[in-house]
Design a binder for this molecule. Sequence first.
Ligand code: SF4
Length: 440
Amino acid sequence: MSATILTLTPPPADAVDPSVDHGIQAIVAGASTAETCNTELAAGPWDFDRRPGYGPGSSMGDVIPVGSPRQGELPAEYRTAGEDELHARIRAAKQTLGSRVVVLGHFYQREEVVTHADYVGDSFQLANAALEHPDAEAIVFCGVHFMAETADLLSRPEQAVILPNLAAGCSMADMASIDEVEECWEQLADVYGDLEAPDADGRVPVIPVTYMNSSAAIKGFVGRHGGIVCTSSNARTVLEWAFARGRRVLFFPDQHLGRNTAKAMGVPIAQMPMWNPRKPLGGSTPAELADARVILWHGFCSVHRRFTVDQIDKARAEHPGVRVIVHPECPMAVVDAADEAGSTDYIRKAIAAATEPTTFAIGTEINLVQRLAAQYPQHRIFCLDPVVCPCSTMYRIHPGYLAWVLERLVAGEVVNRITVPADVADPARVALERMLAAKP
Ligand code: SF4
């Protein structure tokens, strides 16, 4: 099979992309309180976004990073095909390919796509599911870009990892670019001195920790600088690992996961300054950085940031006895007001383990909540956020793209292959292996 990418046309560095609403930049900078959610998205799951060179999801809040790969227009036969035809073509292509292909669907993926997945899980579970199929020639990852990169890191070199729509990125992962992180590291060296030099206790000044939801370039950076990757399931164990080796942690890209985890470990909020890459020293003073235990990158998930304490109060008033579980990517006040906080896997297991009919109010992505509600009809399960707003970037994987990549595979062509270059992949794997070896 040959490896080709449909279209790679990075815009010039100074280009203003007319297909993108840059409102998120104002939101990230704190200059706007606008929402990043497009509620029209869920109303027409079979619609295509007609804007040129861009995928079918909402792009209200999702800036395409300059230089990122761009998805070319899907051939007309897929754009004009109806729902039944697309389902039939996907099924037929999968049947023809048999064990040559594995289709992975993230928990947050839309139902029209997940129905064709061989495995459904979180990003790390899916990367591991791919490992269970070393003979598959292709792994079609119906998630977002960083997840496909992680699958490429963990799969065999001859296996092709395919992202059906190259525009399916993660707005949180995009908030920590490698250039910004390298710049941050240089500024921290100005404050702390030699970042490789251990103190009398054998601890270096700062250990970089990145959430799985980051680019391979960031995972590689972390691997090169003695750091480690974490998931929302093991963040506490990973922070303990880091504190055993460093006096403080630089945590990116999700400020909320970092803050919620460190707070639960007893780290005072005052010792968790934020690093805003647009400000000198991230917006902190040298004294604040000297006193810091966890430096939090100024990133967030557009989906989980929508949850509020008011929603929890309303759920408690309307459903006495409700059990509120939220994801740790939610803001600290929301986690504090909830009964429990945990990863998607934690939420699933908590519901599965409930023996009595229970009312659950869940603070995470709507596709997962709706799937759990259908799977456990003995419970009442609803999303805390009354506005149905899916992960808009993951939503870009329309079934038309899935049909297209599978039929190209049948024809002997690999399109939209995600490959992490060796100079990034090697240290990124080191950071992932440290995570796997970290024990509570
Ligand atoms: S839900 Fe949030 S963190 Fe997850 S892929 Fe979507 S934007 Fe990224």
